[in-house]
Each structure stands twice: as C-alpha cells, then as structure tokens.
Design a protein around this ligand. Sequence first.
Ligand code: 4AZ
Length: 280
Amino acid sequence: MRLRLRSIVAAAVAVLLPPAVLGQAPPAAADGVVVGGHPVGIGDSPWTVALTSKKLFGEERSGQFCAGVLVSAQVVLTAAHCLAEETLGVHWSKVGDLSVVAGRGDLAGTEGRELAIERVWVNPDYDGWTNAGDVAVLRLKRPAEAARFLPLAKKADDPAYEPGSPARVYGWGDTDGKASYPTTLHAADVEVLPDTACERAYPGSPEGRYLAASMVCAGLMRGGPDACQGDSGGPLVVRGRLVGLVSWGGGCGEKGRPGVYTRISAAVETVMAHGPGKGS
Ligand code: 4AZ
C-alpha cells in the first residue's frame, strides 16, 4: 500500500487531534494484525533518517512523513512515492521546508540535526501502477556531521538477498495498522522471502504488482512483523548492508501478504549516477 494522500492527511490530522475526535481507522486485517516491532535507539541505526515537513505534517513528530537512508555523508536514498504529489499534495519543490532529520531517534525531541536538501532526484521511471522503480536520491547541502552510512548490497548475487536471511526494517511508521504513529524509531525483525511468496500475493492489482527484477520480498509468511504506513523509504538491512527500501504491501503484518521493498541491487546504477558517484 502506497503512502496515499488520504492517509498522510489522516496521519497529519492524527498528530493534531486527540484520538477521541478522530475515530479509529479500521485495522489492516481482521486477524492478528501486529506490526511486531520494538523501539530502538538511533545509535542502532544511525543511517536511518526522517523525511520531514513541519508545514505539511505538523511539529509534533518533527514533521516526519517518510524515512530514508544515509548511503554516504551527503546522500540519502528514499522511496520515489514519498515525494510524489499524491503523497505530499503538492509538487515536492513547492514544499519549502522539506528536510532530512538525522541523529534523532525520538522525533518529539531535538537531538541530532535538521539537514537542508540541495537536490532531489525522483526516479522518472517509477511506475505508480506496479510500484517498480520506487527510489529517489536526496543530496544534502552539507555532509551530515559525524554521519554513519550504510553500505549497499550492490550485487544481484549478494547472499544478503537469499531467502531466509534474517533482516531488519527500521522506521517511525504505524505500529499496529491502526494509525498509531510512535515518536521513537522502531525496528522489526523479518526475513527475506522467496520471490514466489510475493508473486503469489501480488500478481497485479491496483495495490501493485510484484516484479522480482526490481523488488525484494520480506516479512514472515505467518504474518506479524512488517513495515507499515509511514515507514516508506526506510532501510531493510541484511548482514549490515542495505538490501531494500520500504515500498509497499497489502496492509501491514497480514498473513500471506509480505512487505515489498525496492531491490537495491537493481537500483544501484541509477542511484550511483545521481548520488554517491557525484563527489561526496
Ligand atoms: C505505506 O503505506 C506502506 N506492509 C509501506 C509498507 C507496507 C505497507 C504500507 C508493507 O507506506
């Protein structure tokens, strides 16, 4: 499920109004939705950053609406759909205070840095129907101080992509499929799943279509831990390397409906041409 305008507006409203005023969004699944993560300190994943706009999404959680990953001192990867007009309500260039917040695990606090963005590249080949090519590159105006960055799993045959590999996904997204947005960074333990699992779950519908060439499938087949709304653009980490960016999925944590991630090995050439390759 992509981060649709409707839900982002709901998220923005959710931080501004008490839950009693809002009523609750329906659970993402009838049975046992658990997004099964746990809070972690930013020191556990110092390369996970928040994409923010306080103007659009309010002050309370530093304006967070998506996540990203520092892959060099000056380059952040995120999901293309995070910067789509459908998500922001306006073209990204009109947002004004679009920023990257690094080193801040608790978005209610002021730890870390708010970093200005110098350049945005949104994959022009991102396909909003299948969700293929869901990657964007942000170049920071200045190198993130004391930045720690995550190496990419560049090769298609990197063992990190092998089904069964233990994986961890990080973000500030919905923790229960009912629009509960935490202020603290969370992590969920999942595993890389065979492509067939996602091909079966997502043969093609308005929610997307799983294409193994450009996407990687992760979760647990019995459901449970998963990425969810608001986690988009954040890292899926295996063996200390970035293998995926949170992209989409049917609901959150539902049995037989794993999470779908942008496959880094497939995006790496484009990414290098627009980010780390350009002198940072
Ligand atoms: C979202 O809307 C989203 N369960 C991201 C990931 C998943 C679902 C939704 C995967 O940002």
